[in-house]
Design a protein around this ligand. Structure first.
Ligand code: SF4
Ligand code: ZN
Ligand code: ZN
Length: 331
């Protein structure tokens, strides 16, 4: 088959749009789609200060590279910074850290490495040794601490937006998992394109420019662009991902029959959020804002130890709770 856009042979068939593309047009169509997503949801504009959360994994390199190109094309005068959270997982983090350092060096992006050990008081490996009596798994600790440190560092750097490399598969799987857990709050609070903006400035809103790109296309894009791909999996991945793994297998099987299945989930999520926020969603910008009225009716509670938001009616945040349960210094 020939490419739909030139005389070269096609290397890829995109079933959802029935497009046949050569290598160059595969790359071009991915980059165009990312740009279209950024524009559609008005994720950020030329002079917004962007901080990209990177792990060294393929999604994070693709999102960083594309955001750099988009802002360069827009002649942005704002620097783009990257943050890598080093959990301290021996035998896993070293490879991705080296990849991230080399990539950021190549593209001239200042990289900030934030370590669990220095901020939380212990590496994830050390936490796991003390986890026995707790009803939490490695990923709960990892996710809680990582989210806190990413937000705090992005805020410290004065970011307008924190860019995250979640792809279409991540978004579809997360939505289905939240439905299966009956977690409506999470569904409404976390739109597929990112987070709510809030007037307090405490939370840096997240944006997800890869939300429309399937994971398989990101892998192929990395291969064609010559981006490095991390080979070592996280040693703690298994127990946490049982539900996710099943959801993933289910969606991948359905996708063989209906190429649009994951996109349908994203559209469903988008429509559900529009219905829930019909009173204060800005239809043109997709920006959801926690207004002072929302904050009055649903005030933020602050943790008595770290002074960060602690969740409804709680005076201790989950980050400090974990710290105390793990026997770490909470001062
Ligand atoms: S699999 Fe779990 S423990 Fe490993 S990096 Fe991901 S969230 Fe952290
Ligand atoms: Zn072509
Ligand atoms: Zn706290």
């Amino acid at each position: 088959m020939h490419c739909n856009y030139c005389d070269n042979s096609a290397v890829y068939h995109r079933r959802i749009s029935n497009e046949y593309v050569c290598k160059q047009h595969f790359i071009k169509t991915i980059e165009k789609k990312i740009l279209k997503t950024v524009r559609k949801y008005r994720m950020f504009s030329a002079n917004d200060k962007l901080v990209v959360g990177i792990s060294g994994g393929k999604d994070s390199l693709v999102v960083l590279y594309n955001v750099l190109q988009i802002q360069k094309h827009r002649q942005s005068r704002s620097d783009i910074h990257a943050i890598l959270i080093d959990e301290g997982i021996k035998g896993y983090r070293e490879e991705s850290l080296a990849i991230a350092e080399e990539f950021c060096h190549k593209w001239n992006v200042p990289l900030h490495i934030v370590k669990f050990q220095e901020e939380f008081g212990a590496t994830l490996d050390e936490c796991i040794k003390n986890i026995k009596n707790l009803s939490v798994n490695a990923c709960t600790i990892c996710g809680t601490v990582r989210r806190r440190l990413l937000n705090a560092k992005a805020r410290e750097l004065g970011a307008d937006y924190l860019v995250i490399g979640h792809n279409l598969d991540d978004q579809a799987e997360t939505l289905l998992q939240n439905i299966l857990r009956n977690d409506l709050t999470r569904i409404i609070q976390h739109p597929p394109w990112g987070n709510k903006k809030d007037e307090t400035g405490i939370f840096i809103p997240r944006v997800k420019p890869l939300m429309e790109i399937p994971e398989s296309e990101i892998t192929l894009y990395c291969y064609y662009k010559g981006f490095p791909i991390q080979t070592t999996p996280c040693p703690y991945v298994e127990p946490y991902f049982i539900l996710r793994k099943n959801v993933q297998t289910f969606l991948n099987q359905l996708e063989k029959q209906s190429a649009e299945i994951k996109y349908n989930l994203i559209r469903f999520h988008e429509n559900a959020i529009k219905m829930a926020f019909h009173s204060n969603i800005d239809e043109d910008s997709y920006v959801l804002t926690n207004t002072s009225k929302d904050l009055d009716s649903n005030p933020i509670h602050f943790c008595r130890i770290c002074k960060e938001p602690s969740g409804p009616s709680r005076d201790l945040c989950y980050y400090c709770y974990l710290k105390s349960q793990l026997g770490l210094d909470t001062d």
